[in-house]
Design a protein around this ligand. Structure first.
Ligand code: ATP
Ligand code: MG
Length: 569
């Protein structure tokens, strides 16, 4: 039993100024955590208990899926990160520190390098594959905008797992096992998390799923098909090809004056044309080499899709000088009459005729352009961002856009890290092959807060029973009446004997204060022990989610509480 009178716990009436979302406010107000600095939080005793319960579930499911726990140093030699090029590519988001000998280290933001180094030293033969290992540990990221409490911290707790396989088929099986473990983990902690197709970002690799919790405060956009369940991060979502209904071939390209008109909107309005008949042309540097990309005038180019098309190469906008040299003045460029500049067009432009493009001269556009006839398009690819109302690539029904927060991500890495670091094994024929890898992260601390974001009401937190700091709040209304205290203590002991954890509010406070705090802290079952109630027949028992209590005689109370909990687990 945990007693309030012995616990470092203060509830607050007001949330701090910087708490923007309900879960952040409630975790602070309920005394579960406190801020130490920007993006840095201390878990207080009750918050810590919820965190430990989540961790226990994650561990159980990792072990069930065949993964074994390890623990790596947080402080990692820069040399490891240089081997994969991430010392440079991670940029300012990675914390770097020096020791007294001026040797550089990383405060790990993730741990592919360290795990791959271990695989390199320990795995020699196909007989040692597959293996999946994980750790649960603090990670550090110098986020541009740490905010929303535990949702985006500078320091946070991540469970990161890494799988090592002999071949692609094996890696797919390992991926599947982790993916299924994630589904079980989020279901068990009481969180509705939806797997969505995702980009592989800085981590790299072949394919990926993010587990998203839909929430208005989410920082990711997700295209979601309510009809068939397809869902993908906006960065990577596809759509059923919907070619713009272009008019048939219409004469030769015609140079038209468009003085001062630069954006597609301006040109469309000026020429009296629908905006999707204007083609947006952009010059970008992909892996340092210039390319032109074309999308319909009402669309944005997805740099993520372009990067993926080029195998993960870095994509940057070209500066005005480069654009002018290769095409024309920014705001008036187009794909007609270019030199060797490769042109990649969005699929919706395939067959586009009678469109308007920049004439590569200030103040002019070309009308009646047929891309096939007048431009040299290297390839038509999926390059444009998808938006609500576009058609689902799987079933053709309209997509919706949702906001979400990522609580976990699975990556199929392939041999990106093993090849870079020389982590090979000998196959049955004795040939050295790079190990095929996957990596799998869960934001454990973020999950804690996401649960609260999804599970609360106007009075406070509503903890799912599996992760509540304690399962029962036992409110002693008359802590100075020995008979009441004795009955409450006896019930507490009986509950603990059944493996139910109990938080006792034994403060000398008014009942109203205790009720308010119990709602704010949000334990699944509230039990009231008062002199009046006990004289009338027993404890008053109710779920956090119910308004009315049942009066249960002391002899039956433990059983009644146990069955209530069983129903909610
Ligand atoms: P995000 O897109 O939200 O920044 P990420 O894709 O960069 O996250 P991963 O590298 O996939 O994050 O890390 C694995 C998990 O760690 C994420 O799914 C998320 O739950 C958690 N996580 C990442 N960054 C943070 C952070 N700054 N604070 C808390 N949790 C985080
Ligand atoms: Mg991620």
């Amino acid at each position: 039993m945990i007693r309030w009178s012995q616990t470092l716990l203060n509830t607050l009436r007001e949330a701090p100024q910087d708490a923007e979302i309900v879960s952040h406010k409630l975790l602070i107000r309920a005394g579960m955590m406190r801020k130490l600095g920007g993006g840095l939080y201390t878990y207080l005793p009750l918050g810590m208990r919820a965190l430990r319960k989540i961790e226990a579930i994650v561990r159980e499911e990792m072990e069930r899926a065949g993964a074994q726990e390890t623990l790596f140093p947080i402080l990692q030699p820069a040399e490891l990160w240089r081997q994969t090029g991430r010392w440079d590519s991670m940029g300012p988001g990675m914390f770097r520190v020096r020791d007294r000998k001026e040797a550089w280290y990383v405060l790990a933001p993730t741990a592919e390098e360290a795990f791959t180094a271990l695989a390199k030293s320990e795995i020699a033969s196909y007989r040692q594959l597959p293996r999946t290992i994980y750790q649960m540990q603090d990670k550090f990221r110098d986020e541009i905008r740490p905010r929303f409490g535990l949702i985006r911290g500078k320091e946070f707790i991540m469970k990161d797992a890494y799988s090592f396989d002999a071949d692609d088929a094996g890696a797919d099986r390992s991926y599947r096992a982790m993916y299924e473990a994630y589904e079980r983990i989020f279901a068990r902690v009481g969180l509705a998390a939806k797997p969505v197709e995702a980009d592989t970002g800085d981590i790299g690799g072949n394919f990926s799923h993010e587990f998203m919790v839909y929430a208005a405060s989410g920082e990711d956009g997700i295209l979601d098909c309510p009809a068939c369940g397809y869902a993908a991060n906006q960065e990577r979502a596809e759509r059923a090809p919907a070619p713009v209904p272009y008019r048939a071939e219409a004469g030769e390209p015609e140079r038209v004056a468009t003085p001062g008109q630069h954006t597609c909107e301006e040109v469309a309005r000026f020429l009296g044309r629908p905006i999707d008949q204007i083609v947006k042309s952009l010059v970008l540097l992909v892996g340092g080499k210039p390319v032109m990309a074309l999308v319909p005038g009402d669309r944005e180019l997805s740099e993520t899709k372009l990067r993926r098309l080029f195998g993960g190469a870095k994509v940057e906008e070209a500066d005005a000088e480069t654009v002018a040299r290769l095409a024309g003045p920014v705001g008036s460029i187009g794909p007609v009459g270019l030199g060797d500049l490769p042109v990649y067009a969005d699929r919706a432009l395939e067959g586009a005729a009678d469109v308007v493009v920049g004439a590569n001269a200030e103040g002019f556009h070309l009308a009646h352009v047929s891309l096939a006839r007048d431009a040299r398009v290297t390839a038509y690819e999926d390059l444009a961002t998808v938006r609500a109302g576009d058609l689902c690539p799987k079933c053709g029904k309209p997509l919706e856009i949702r906001r979400g927060t990522e609580v976990g991500q699975c990556f199929k890495l392939g041999t990106k890290y093993s090849a870079a670091m020389g982590a090979t094994y000998l196959d049955e024929q004795g040939a050295a092959k790079p190990i095929v890898m996957g990596c799998y992260g869960i934001g454990v601390s973020r999950t804690l807060q996401a649960i609260v974001e999804q599970s609360n009401d106007k009075d406070g937190i509503v903890w799912p029973a599996a992760v509540a700091p304690c399962q029962v709040a036992l409110l002693i209304l008359d802590p100075d009446v020995p008979e009441v205290v004795a009955q409450a203590e006896a019930l507490g002991a009986a509950l603990e004997a059944r493996g139910i954890d109990v938080f006792v509010d034994d403060r000398p406070e008014r009942p109203g204060v205790k009720f308010k705090d119990a709602d704010l802290i949000g334990l699944p079952i509230r039990v009231v022990a008062g002199a009046k109630g006990l004289a009338k027949g027993g404890f008053e028992i109710r779920r956090r989610t119910e308004r009315d209590s049942a009066v249960v005689p002391p002899a039956e109370a433990a059983q009644a509480i146990a069955s209530l909990l069983e129903q909610s687990l």
